[in-house]
Design a protein around this ligand. Structure first.
Ligand SMILES: Cc1cc2nc3c(=O)[nH]c(=O)nc-3n(C[C@H](O)[C@H](O)[C@H](O)COP(=O)(O)OP(=O)(O)OC[C@H]3O[C@@H](n4cnc5c(N)ncnc54)[C@H](O)[C@@H]3O)c2cc1C
Length: 286
């Protein structure tokens, strides 16, 4: 590994100032589970590594009915998976974080590092999009809030601007669409990244779909929202025919990569099957 300096700021202000001063030559580190791999492979060679480990109040998981769920960017996957308030009010998130990698990674990796890495194979982004989550990006002079849906720009590229630190993820409450499903298709090993991931939230009244949000991971250069498939169902009766049609349309919205997990055609077929399965599962959470 190339030599680098390492600092552990004690406040968010200090971290923001260091990042502003060294934005070109530095990288933030949270759990290090992604960054260190890239550094070891020499895909990244920062001169300065700025640790978020000592930031106070950076790993909270808090809930109240007015503000919803607020998660500090430094919260580890395991903190979210095991949180009773998450399990009670946002079961889709408990289910998602339970399936991220294996306990060793879940005990180190943070939600902030997961989202900022911009890796389309990762799971939390799709579930957060399905739940209308937003994220707060903080810099030395101010902050901005962006929907998770708009954060992923391209393969490993996000809307995070130089000098910004992701500080909080907020999930509104009550969840607008109470039915949900999350499927992580893992044919190789329980610890692998998803071949295809599906997350959705759904509101149904008298057999009609009032609203739906459907997000997919591992099937395009970014985690994405399948808006055309949502449109097929929104305002329509939920029948076997409309569910099949929505799944067909979802398969036209993806652009999967050919990799060790399968060919683009195979993954597109999986989208057809798994979106249908996820919709049927969600109907059973009523
Ligand atoms: C073996 C293995 C299996 C895995 N399997 C899965 C899986 O099944 N599902 C899944 O979703 N993920 C999986 N992952 C990915 C894992 O979830 C991520 O590596 C992890 O979440 C990254 O978090 P971290 O805290 O370690 O980030 P780091 O490695 O510390 O940082 C990652 C990137 O984010 C930036 N960053 C970190 N925190 C912030 C912040 N607050 N603000 C701005 N930038 C920040 C860093 O500068 C760096 O560029 C796997 C990883 C490994 C190594």
């Amino acid at each position: 590994m190339v030599k680098f300096d390492y600092v552990e700021p004690n406040t968010l202000k200090e971290a923001c100032e260091l990042l502003a001063e060294h934005s070109e030559e530095s990288k933030l580190i949270a759990g290090g589970t992604a960054l260190l791999i890239w550094m070891r492979m020499r895909l990244l060679n920062p001169r300065l590594v700025i640790s978020l480990a000592k930031l106070p109040d950076f790993d909270y998981v808090l809930f109240d009915e007015k503000q919803g769920l607020r998660i500090g960017a430094g919260a580890r996957h395991r903190d979210i998976e095991l949180s009773p308030i998450v399990r009670r009010n946002f079961p889709l998130l408990s289910e998602t974080f339970r399936k991220v990698a294996q306990p060793r990674i879940r005990n180190m990796g943070t939600i902030g590092g997961n989202l900022c890495q911009g890796d389309p194979l990762t799971d939390p982004g799709a579930s957060l999009i399905a739940l209308d989550a937003e994220m707060t990006l903080t810099r030395a002079r101010g902050k901005r809030v962006v929907p998770v849906e708009n954060f992923f720009i391209d393969y490993y590229q996000t809307d995070l601007q130089p000098g910004e630190i992701l500080t909080e993820i907020r999930v509104p409450y009550p969840v607008k669409r109470p039915l949900w499903s999350q499927i992580k298709f893992l044919p190789r090993s329980q610890e692998d990244f998803a071949t295809v991931g599906v997350a959705l939230t759904l509101a149904v009244h008298d057999g009609t779909c009032q609203d739906i949000r459907l997000a997919l991971n591992s099937v395009a250069p970014t985690i994405l929202r399948a808006k055309n498939a949502e449109e097929v169902l929104r305002g329509q009766a939920i029948t076997d025919k409309t569910v099949r049609h929505a799944a067909e349309v979802a398969a036209t919205e993806v652009d999967p990569m050919d990799d060790v997990r399968g060919s683009p055609d195979y993954k597109r077929e999986l989208v057809r099957v798994l979106v249908r399965r996820a919709l049927n599962q969600a109907l059973r959470t009523e």
